[in-house]
Design a binder for this molecule. Sequence first.
Ligand code: CTP
Length: 474
Amino acid sequence: MNYKEALQHNIFKIISKSASQLGFESYVIGGYVRDFILKRGQVKDIDIVAVGDGIKLAEQVAKNLPNNPQVQVFKTYGTAMLRYDDIEIEFVGARKESYTENSRNPSVKNGTLQDDQNRRDFTINTLALNLNEAQFGDLLDSFAGVKDLENKIIRTPLDPDITYSDDPLRMMRAIRFATQLDFIIEEQSLKAISKNSDRIKIITNERIVTELNKILESKKPSIGFLLLEKTGLLNYILPELTALKGIDEVEGQRHKDNFYHTLEVLDNISENTDNLWLRWAALLHDIGKAPTKKFSKKVGWTFHGHEFEGSKMVFHLFKRLKMPLNDKMKFVQKMVLMSSRPIALVNEEVTDSAVRRLMFDAGEFVDDLMTLCEADITTKNAKKFNKYHNNFKIVREKIVEVEERDHIRNFQPPISGEEIMKTFNIKPSREIGNIKETIKEAILEGDIPNEYEAAYELMLKEGKRLGLKVSVSQ
Ligand code: CTP
């Protein structure tokens, strides 16, 4: 492979020149090199190691760049960042860690490139390209990272116990890379993750969620969640999911394993949407099943009200993980709450009024809800599978048909409360709500079209029934 191809952007020459002006060595390292070898899409950031002072190098590079970009310095980490041509470039000095006997905290010292490679997370992330003028473009592969890339293996450069205890988040990063790249985590590494899984407790929720989101955004997220479960990490991060594991049997009656079902739904939906929050909804759609599970002799296993319970749990889960408690969370809650509605609908004949009600309740998210419910069909019975999918197809067609006619999706009452008050010359009162509700119900039932004239007629009729008189000033 010609690694010089990876260094065609003029930034690399400028970094090289800046480093030699300061008498430093410099290298590109990590994700940029890895993704170049894997021919993996768009580059978003570049990591540079200086054998010398990383911050000084960043400042020198900024000076040499035509637009003299601002350098952001992170003193506590000894790193600096600048943006050029829409690329984030991060600079760090090569470091080595040494542990003194009376302190468990490492003291960070300047080191060589090899020292720096030693303390990185995975062999595939230790790959470095030389930016020094005489060896420009040479690959430095101290840990056979290229071989691991070829064999699709996640391996730590040092004893995995050391690498993971340096930064326990790496346990999640290993699983995230395995999922994104469809790689295997090497056996000793996997063992070390299982052994050290409780150390994830010292990692901030924000960093954990970043990795979870990357797993969810992968082509086949179940790879990651199976590994999280197998290593014990999932129990610390998302115990709501591990609670779904297992099949109970009472008097010969069994229910399905809702954990594996959930992962199937998640993979299904990932084939049909890139929407991260819809993927979250798939992951959490059944979490209410653990606390609502009951067995009765008459009907067997039930999970009554699990959708409502689940939507409440979404709030607590988002709060615990410090995820946004905004419209994204509300969207996930809504999907979980409504996740059984379409399937209930297709068990009977699909009527227009049932579709209108579904659209009224789901609003602008009705298509997302249908995507979730289609993904939720995991039955291995081919007859049932086809029947459900066909019925959902009918529901989707009816949604389009009804929407064209009745515009229910973003339902706005055709008659406002103000107009009702004016018509009957009344003050705010319960009657107004009653009349509005009657009009809405009539539209959803299909008794009247979603139009002003028809709604006005019904308002007059309903007012009369309630003993209201039309105002003379009308
Ligand atoms: N790194 C590490 N340990 C961590 C985080 C990062 O050793 N806990 C090192 C790795 O060498 C990694 C580099 O820092 O390649 C940059 O980290 P980051 O930008 O988080 O990851 P990338 O490898 O660039 O991959 P991605 O952009 O996909 O996250």
